[in-house]
Design a binder for this molecule. Structure first.
Ligand SMILES: C=CC1=C(C)c2cc3[nH]c(cc4nc(cc5[nH]c(cc1n2)c(C)c5CCC(=O)O)C(CCC(=O)O)=C4C)c(C)c3C=C
Ligand SMILES: [Fe+2]
Ligand SMILES: [Fe+2]
Length: 345
């Protein structure tokens, strides 16, 4: 089998200048899987209200996290891609859902450099399924693939929130930070609107409708972000022997006035010191690469909220980034997807 890999991440603006951030925000928020309202209203909201006000503020935040290599999320994805290629011996590329490099440009490059491929395996860099992350990235790459004339097949790695290799990589990345005394570990995940959870419920009658929905077995869980982040949290806590009263999970980065998944991370950071938590460890497993939401929102804003409310020690564990066990996981996920298609035939 001749294969290549394409790692897919979210994307960052081309530069931290307001102009480029506005272009990025427009593309991001005009995505119907992110702001799922009729196009007319979405255009009015995004181009008339959100982007003009948010772009300068977000640009200032991007300037604070920008490095010599550019946006952290892109630089880390590029380095991960190189390590995956070296480890697997399979040519590996990366593309982004928003901004650059685009899936069409990268698919063209792959076809040119490897004209005799049987398959390209897409690895969406999202452990959990959400219509605003995993689903939109996969559909966007598939649309670019279908628009071109490629002789290879496109295969897709499924969400890996409960994959033993991912759980192990995550647990081992956390373990060294628990050797010092701590009061609590908070697993914080990017939030999504509650409406998205209801929309993704294939049964139409389970998510947020059944008591303890995320613990009651259901086919809805295949697409339930809340269930999946809960599984990741509990499995990692089990691997690390963290007692139930010493960990919890919450959701960050809410945008707009809709109801999003709760509890909100900012509220938890404010209240934890009042509950006696002075030494806090924070980890964000939905992001596999450090980005604006971890470096700026957690390291800067999150720490400040915790400490100004009586917290004394705030430690944020870096994302998996280019961690060796994580590189192994990506290779394993791709190989398993390839085998499931070609060996089982
Ligand atoms: C788990 C992954 C992510 C989900 C789910 C997700 C949903 C989601 N995001 C927004 C709006 C914004 N997110 C922004 C940044 C951002 N989001 C993710 C991941 C998920 N988003 C990442 C990794 C990043 C960082 C990108 C980087 O360049 O470092 C932004 C842009 C920054 C800002 O202005 O705050 C917006 C906007 C919505 C509305 C949403 C679900 C509906
Ligand atoms: Fe986001
Ligand atoms: Fe659920």
């Amino acid at each position: 089998m001749k294969t290549a890999l394409i790692l897919v991440n979210l994307g960052s603006p081309d530069s931290p200048e307001t102009r480029d951030v506005r272009v990025y925000l427009n593309e991001f928020l005009m995505d119907e899987r992110v702001i799922d309202i009729p196009k007319f209203w979405r255009t009015l909201l995004v181009k008339g209200i959100i982007s003009p006000f948010r772009a300068p503020k977000s640009a200032a935040k991007y300037r604070r996290i920008w490095t010599k290599e550019g946006a952290p999320l892109i630089a880390i994805t590029e380095n991960l891609t190189k390590l995956v290629a070296a480890k697997s011996g399979i040519p590996a590329y990366y593309c982004m859902r928003y901004a650059n490099p685009t899936p069409s440009a990268v698919l063209e490059q792959i076809a040119k450099e490897h004209p005799d491929l049987d398959a390209v395996i897409m690895v969406p860099l999202y452990p959990h399924y959400a219509m605003s992350s995993y689903e939109t990235a996969v559909e966007h790459v598939k649309a670019a693939f279908n628009a071109g004339k490629y002789s290879f097949q496109l295969l897709t790695v499924p969400p890996f929130y409960n994959h033993p290799s991912y759980l192990r990589a995550l647990a081992e990345s956390i373990r060294p930070f628990l050797s010092e005394p701590y009061d609590h570990i908070l697993f914080t995940y990017h939030g999504v609107p509650v409406r998205h959870i209801l929309k993704s419920d294939i049964t139409g009658c389970h998510c947020m409708k059944v008591d303890n929905c995320c613990e009651v077995p259901s086919p809805a869980h295949q697409f339930c972000y809340r269930h999946q982040v809960k599984v990741t949290t509990d499995r990692v806590a089990e691997l690390l022997n963290i007692p139930k009263d010493k960990y919890s999970f919450s959701f960050q980065s809410r945008l707009g006035s809709d109801k999003w998944l709760q509890p909100y991370t900012a509220e938890r950071l404010k209240n934890l010191p009042k509950e006696g938590v002075k030494k806090l460890v924070v980890v964000s497993p939905a992001f596999v690469a450090d980005c604006l939401e971890t470096i700026e929102e957690l390291d800067d804003e999150g720490k400040e909220i915790f400490e100004s409310n009586g917290g004394e020690h705030f430690t944020r564990i870096p994302c998996l980034n280019v961690n060796e066990l994580w590189v192994d996981t990506v290779v394993q996920l791709a190989e398993e997807t390839m085998r499931s298609v070609f060996v089982e035939k």
